[in-house]
Design a protein around this ligand. Sequence first.
Ligand SMILES: [Zn+2]
Ligand SMILES: [Zn+2]
Length: 430
Amino acid sequence: MKTTKFGLSTRIAAATLFCCGIITGLYLAGVDDTSFQLQAAEAEKPPLKTEPMSSPTATRERNFYAPNSEALLPDEMRLIACGTGMPTARPKQAATCFLLELGNGDKFLFDIGTGSAERLSALQIPYNYLDKVFLSHLHSDHFGDMDALFVGGALMGRQKPLRVWGPSGDTPERGTAYALDHLYKALTWDLDGRKGITDPRGYVPFEVTEFDYKGINEIVYQENGVTVRSIPAIHSLDGPVSYILEWNDFKFVFGGDTYPNQWFAEYAKDADLVIHECFITVPALVEKFKFTPQGALDVGTQVHTAPEAYGKMMSIVKPRMAVAFHFFNDFDTAPDIESRIRTTYDGPLSLSTDYMVWNITKDTIRTRMTIFDEDVWPPTPTEKPLVPDPSLRIPFSEFIVNGKYDMKDVIQPIYDETNEQYNLKETQGE
Ligand SMILES: [Zn+2]
Ligand SMILES: [Zn+2]
């Protein structure tokens, strides 16, 4: 036996190594026996593949979403949370915004709350494709970044109108068309100042489709195989709605702010993915938001949907995936939100936060987080920008022109350099 031989040889060679030799020998004997057993077991298995699954230099599967790095399958949907928090947008969570991308190339924005335009920029999607926004209601935490998407998008490659769908109000002044008409007017100085300097095609007035907020499962959009319907919601005033999008036998529901309502219970049923608000708990509203208990009860349970009520609604509509938003999703708040939801719902659940991503196919729903580049620049426009027409510029007054400091000597080399590089003959204005 190997052990004996090894032990004997160590005894003869050096007494001081005797113990060590025995121990080593026993150890080796153990390994030998184990190896033998393993070899016996291996013999019963099918032979191993000779090619490795991946080499050290190959790309391996990763469990995050990197924007602009994954194709969407023709029959797949991808949803990205670009705002899941509260009116006080914070670094971790902007206010409400979800982007739905379909395998046919269509993209739909549901709400564009304060701070969400920054999240959209991280996704590296050409702005020409971000031209459709569906508004649930006109609280600023649901459309507060409309100006940022409108102006920033036009500046960086949206060479067409921004299209907006939204509900009427109980008076014309509380409707979407009124709000966007006045937002456009509020941008008068901004837009006038860009005339003759930039490609003008994206700065034309919003193309607004205002529909009856009382419509029950009425079609508000139907193009390219995609149908969007609206149902009323109950929140603050008459006017808010939720949306149901159907495409390729998928059903996607975006619930705007609401007290739980009968239309949602009926028309959101059996959807593939349902987004519904789930508000901050009453204790957290009192302790962290410093609401009065009375105010917390009103806002947390009557104006919005409490977690327990959210769970009850999800148990009724039974989606393949329930997405909860409209709360600060932190280590010390999420457990309480979840445990309250779980008193009334035991199905699939995502407590959403910004940059959460869902890939939805007929068979699977994969949930991941986005890893993005903080130094991201806008993606290349899908069309070449038009050369600005300087004759469209609104001139300065003589008073302001006379205030210019003479910098022609230091600016001239920039003109020379650019003219030479791009074969131009541009000259400095007066
Ligand atoms: Zn609201
Ligand atoms: Zn809200």
